[in-house]
Design a protein around this ligand. Structure first.
Ligand code: HEC
Length: 181
């Protein structure tokens, strides 16, 4: 009887040890997999995942855009505001966005003002650009999505920054396109 009671006891504790070893192995594999997937996810910096075709732009909010005073070089005025994410802008490195229209308003501006569906208040291309940034809902460029151009730039761009943006864009022509694109 004690013999019988002992044998199962020993064998079950041996089984426990084996189970524990197996558990430990499973845990190790699980940790390994988690570490591997974390490594995979962090491999690319998040900023490089923000591509032009991506319509979500979770990082482009009033909180993530700094105040732009207008004292910055023109390239910084555009890049800090995040315009290159959505727009192609001649002469601005990396500004190859495809979400909105190319910002060569020297070529396209007049056509916007004479468009029969334009009912905004601008009378010059310069005014049209300022209006497009401050009140994008005034006119939606045909073939592009509405409610996509941020409507909060008025709280982020100084009057000087807006002036510089408009003065720059109204002189951009389609043929000024950088050869790389
Ligand atoms: C999240 C994407 C997005 C960002 C960021 C963005 N825009 Fe736009 N923008 C659009 C879209 C889409 C349109 C076209 C639809 C419309 O008219 O609202 C547009 C339209 C415009 C137009 C009118 C263009 C035309 O051909 O008539 C101007 C000017 C403009 N944006 C300037 C800017 C400037 C300057 C900035 C940065 C300060 C900026 N946008 C940032 C998406 C964006």
């Amino acid at each position: 009887m004690p013999e019988e009671g002992r044998t199962p006891h020993i064998s079950s504790s041996a089984q426990n040890t084996r189970l524990r070893t197996r558990d430990r192995l499973v845990v190790c594999i699980a940790i390994g997999l988690v570490a591997l997937s974390a490594f995979w996810a962090l491999r690319e910096p998040p900023s490089s995942r923000l591509t032009a075709g991506d319509a979500a732009f979770p990082t482009l909010t009033p909180e993530t855009i700094p105040l732009v005073t207008g004292d910055e070089p023109i390239v910084d005025i555009f890049t800090r505001s995040g315009c290159p994410v959505c727009h192609l802008i001649p002469g601005i490195p990396g500004a190859n966005g495809q979400v909105g229209p190319p910002l060569w308003l020297g070529t396209t501006g007049r056509g916007r003002l004479s468009d029969p569906t334009y009912h905004g208040n601008a009378t010059t291309v310069h005014e049209y650009i300022v209006e497009s940034v401050l009140e994008p809902q005034q006119f939606i460029v045909h073939g592009y999505p509405e409610h996509t151009m941020p409507a909060w730039y008025g709280s982020k761009l100084s009057a000087l920054a807006l002036e510089k943006i408009a003065s720059y864009l109204e002189h951009q022509e389609e043929e000024n396109l950088a050869p790389e694109k």
